[in-house]
Design a protein around this ligand. Structure first.
Ligand SMILES: C[S@@+](CC[C@H](N)C(=O)[O-])C[C@H]1O[C@@H](n2cnc3c(N)ncnc32)[C@H](O)[C@@H]1O
Length: 205
């Protein structure tokens, strides 16, 4: 899967969830307790743990099995939180969700696989459900670092594909969702010397 070895090594050194992201805190304003949320690419669980603590039923998906086993054990007391190893570009259709949450994950997959993800969202999101997305923009300075491999993709320590807000909105509208919030800006999630230009979108089915 996607830079699996890179992320396995990363989470060996960063096992424990840090504070919830600014996007998770922003997203909470759109969410209702007791509803079902799936997170794509939960990493060390920072945002999924936050949502579960706030009373949502959370299924957190990632590819780094060791980390997920660790998190399932650590959070065994939270009955409304499950970490599961899977490829979020190849999920089955056994369950539907009220919310699909994706932070810093769509830019880790190529466009052909993004199509599968959008198709899955179209089918598996409940009516009135929300898709909450935060992702690096094509205007992110990180795109000028490392090696460019196309007009949207580069490799630094790992692969990234940078999104165009207009194109992304069109794709989301094409699966029948209505955009209820959109923003492209920096200063949203500063980490060390990385002040990314990010896209935030909230869309309703
Ligand atoms: C940049 S990290 C973001 C982690 C977390 N969402 C956060 O905001 O802190 C990207 C995560 O997506 C996961 N990932 C990438 N491609 C994946 C795939 N196809 N299926 C499941 N997880 C994937 C990686 O293992 C990694 O944990």
């Amino acid at each position: 899967m996607d830079d699996k070895e890179y992320w396995e090594n990363y989470y060996k050194k960063n096992r424990n969830p840090v504070d919830a992201s600014t996007f998770a805190r922003f997203s909470l304003g759109f969410l209702e307790k007791d509803k079902k949320l799936i997170e794509f690419g939960c990493g060390n669980g920072r945002d999924s743990v936050y949502f579960a603590t706030e009373g949502l039923n959370v299924l957190a998906i990632d590819q780094v099995e060791d980390e997920l086993n660790y998190l399932n054990e650590r959070y065994s007391g939270l009955e409304n939180l499950l970490f599961k190893s899977a490829d979020f570009t190849n999920l089955d259709d056994s369950e539907k969700f009220d919310y699909v949450y994706s932070r810093f994950t769509l830019h880790s997959i190529p466009e052909e696989r993004e199509k599968k993800v959008f198709e899955w969202i179209k089918n598996q999101l409940n009516d009135d459900g929300l898709f909450l997305l935060e992702v690096r923009s094509i205007n992110d300075p990180m795109f000028n670092r490392g090696e460019k491999i196309s007009d949207h993709e580069n490799i630094t320590t790992h692969y990234r594909r940078y999104l165009d807000i207009g194109e992304t909105i069109d794709k989301i509208r094409n699966i029948g969702l209505e955009i209820v919030y959109q923003l492209e800006d920096n200063d949203l999630s500063v980490y060390g010397d990385d002040n990314p230009v990010l896209i935030r979108i909230v869309a309703r089915k």
